[in-house]
Design a protein around this ligand. Structure first.
Ligand SMILES: [Zn+2]
Length: 383
């Protein structure tokens, strides 16, 4: 949906982008303000002033939308969850979290921050309009009042209790806190979101047909988006639920071909040629401690005449370049942390700092495919 977004740089370490549909919204709001709302509220100004004020007000509204998203990001950060990026688009904004909040309390706080921010901006806008009404010309006062009302409306729409709206996330957090099951809570909030979307769509359609008001079209659009987005949230549920309890131990390969770090590249290449089907290997130190990962591709990069003098440990990827997890870690947590390339990457699985096994791209894909088929992957001795 957001593939054609325009990057707007990094703000406070968070990448901000805008989908081209934001331009449409900017123009629609400007037009609504300049040709109808402002002339009605503050008559007597020249058309040019209405357009300039309309454009500035529309831009101000988009800026307050951005503040709404940044408030989600700031609270998420305080709870140890990084934000990948913020995207503005036709029907609002989206702050994409790097991770899911660890507790229902954090989940609730991150969600509620947005509507609270919008409500505050709304009250400040309306308050300023009231205070300045005597000293400032009516046109800027009307613009401030409109910004205030717009932000209050934004806060209210976002409080509707269906995922993926903020209210839906708050509902999820509340159910999660009561029942102790995040995945289940997400599914319920997703369902409520679909019902809400259908209700909004029907209300919009009725308004469009009965009164002929174009505002109904906005509701239909919002309802349609709501059903669509709630479905995505809902669809993610069952798979996560099934993989939720699966541990790395159950999907790892417990007996991979290992690469002794002190061997030469040449000696290990000869050994690998006759040892199974692997293209990527865990590297062990002389004391049997897993120290890195090496692939046949890494060995190829050593020039032919250096292969007898270079050790496997010299070319292995180590430290930050390699993911190490405990055998009891959850597969879903691992999936959030790594992207594995076939034949290139490997996750080292350890148990009391010794190598217990490895997880490759194929193992993760297999776990997802089995979960989609409704089966739980389990450790097997048929490898
Ligand atoms: Zn929000």
């Amino acid at each position: 949906m957001f593939r054609t977004a325009i990057p707007l740089g990094r703000w406070a370490g968070i990448a901000v982008r805008a989908h081209w549909s934001v331009l449409v919204v900017l123009l629609l709001i400007t037009d609504l303000l300049a040709s109808a709302a402002l002339p009605r509220a503050a008559p007597g100004a020249s058309p040019g002033w209405y357009w300039v004020t309309g454009l500035l007000t529309a831009a101000g509204f988009l800026a307050s939308l951005l503040l709404h998203e940044f408030s989600h990001a700031a609270v998420a950060r305080r709870h140890g969850v990084e934000v990948k990026r913020i995207t503005l688009w036709m029907l609002g904004g989206a702050a994409e979290l790097e991770d899911e909040p660890a507790t229902p309390k954090a989940d609730f706080r991150i969600a509620v921050a947005g509507p609270v921010t919008s409500a505050l901006i709304g009250m400040v806008g309306l308050g300023a309009a009231v205070l300045l009404a005597e000293v400032v010309p009516p046109l800027p006062v009307s613009a401030l009042a409109w910004l205030g009302v717009g932000n209050l409306a934004l806060a209210m729409v976002n409080l509707l209790p269906g995922a993926p709206l903020d209210g839906g996330r708050m509902l999820r957090a509340a159910i999660w806190a009561r029942r102790g099951d995040r995945a289940r809570a997400g599914t319920v909030a997703g369902r409520v979101g679909q019902v809400l979307g259908a209700a909004l769509g029907i209300a919009g359609l009725a308004q469009l047909l009965l009164s002929g008001r174009l505002a109904g079209l906005g509701l239909v659009l919002l309802g349609w988006f709501q059903i669509f987005a709630a479905q995505a949230e809902f669809a993610a549920g069952p798979l996560r639920e099934r993989l939720g309890g699966v541990r790395v131990r159950e999907i790892m390969n417990p007996s991979p071909t290992v690469a002794p770090g002190w061997w030469t590249v040449d000696a290990f290449a000869e050994h690998a040629a006759g040892a199974g089907h692997d293209r990527v290997f865990p590297v062990l130190s002389f004391d049997g401690v897993p120290v890195g990962v090496v692939s046949l591709g890494d060995l190829i990069r050593v020039s032919a005449d250096a292969r007898r003098a270079t050790t496997v440990a010299d070319v292995a990827r180590k430290d930050q370049a390699v993911t190490v997890v405990g055998a009891d870690a959850h597969v879903t947590e691992l999936m959030k942390r790594v992207f594995l390339r076939h034949g290139r990457d490997l996750v080292l699985v350890t148990e009391s700092s010794a190598l217990a096994g490895v997880v490759g791209a194929g193992d993760l894909a297999r776990a997802v495919e089995l979960a989609t088929l409704g089966h739980r992957p389990r450790a097997s001795d048929l490898r």
